[in-house]
Design a protein around this ligand. Structure first.
Ligand code: PAF
Length: 274
């Protein structure tokens, strides 16, 4: 497995392995990421992972400086999982000058849910993903469904810019109690870890109540109240139409339940297609 830290070496390496299947990450890998690598391998192409903690998608009060950087361990895991190439640029290699040209995602998709609580987040994600796509020129890229809004926005970006890249959506990998695997789970203390799977259970419960005929307003209110009663501070808990995350949908349309809530000082997000 080749580990590459600069654009020039990357370009040279891609000449002998064009059309990679890419798994973009911010490192601190877990089984969820390895499942994405496994899915990428099914494409029958060279598999590349990127590891880059992208400053542009962190707000001023977020955890950019403390986000765990575990490059050696990540590379060991990727090698075992069958990855062929890791692109892990430092900031100076990836953003040699301030990144003043940005991708601006459609506000109808990007200013709601995560975007409401993390202004500028999806602009930062789209800019780095577009730049990774330019650098690695993948034929396919795999994204997890836990970050459902991110997945939808990247799919729409690829459509709108007519990028010749297949976006592959992969199911969320969960711990046995249902907690979605996430790098940020490592911030939870033991008591919080025991509590954390309630987010997933609440989303499933909300989907059940909606299917049983309750209004979306009532379901959202009750879901949030349940989490608050157990010490959480919810940002949003809702059900949306899968295709465009619209809050207006007809009975029987495929939906996704999405939620974000803080437990102690850790903000967790989850989503479940229902
Ligand atoms: O989902 C992530 O880990 C990040 O948002 C991504 C897609 C790697 C962009 O920095």
């Amino acid at each position: 497995m080749q580990i590459i830290e600069d654009m020039q070496t990357l370009r040279a390496a891609l000449k002998s392995s064009p059309g990679v299947a890419l798994v973009p990450t911010m490192g601190n890998l877990h089984e969820g990421h390895l499942a994405l690598i496994g899915r990428a391998r099914q494409e029958g192409r060279p598999v590349a992972a990127s590891i880059f903690v992208n400053r542009l998608q962190f707000g001023p009060r977020e955890d950019f400086n403390t986000y765990p950087r575990t490059l050696q361990r990540d590379c060991d895991m990727l090698k075992k999982a069958g990855c062929d190439l890791v692109f892990a640029p430092g900031e100076a290699a990836f953003y040699p000058a301030p990144q003043t040209f940005r991708v601006e995602p459609d506000p109808a998709l990007a200013d709601l849910l995560e975007g409401e609580f993390r202004p500028g987040f999806f602009g930062g994600v789209c800019t780095v993903v577009m730049k990774l796509f330019c650098a690695l020129q993948p034929a396919a890229a795999v994204f997890g469904k836990k970050d459902y809004q991110q997945l939808r926005i990247v799919q729409r970006m690829v459509e709108q810019f007519a990028l010749p890249i297949e976006i592959i959506a992969h199911d969320t990998i969960r711990a046995p109690d249902g907690l979605a695997l996430s790098s940020r789970n490592g911030y939870l203390n033991a008591a919080e870890r025991d509590e954390a799977s309630r987010l997933h259970r609440t989303l499933l419960w909300m989907a059940g109540r909606l299917a049983a005929g309750e209004t979306l307003d009532a379901v959202e209110r009750e879901g949030a109240a349940q989490l608050r009663a157990h010490g959480w501070q919810p940002d949003y808990l809702t059900l949306r139409r899968r295709t465009d995350l619209s809050r207006t949908f007809a009975r029987g349309e495929p939906l996704v339940a999405l939620g974000a809530a803080r437990l102690g000082s850790t903000r967790l997000i989850d989503s479940v297609e229902v």
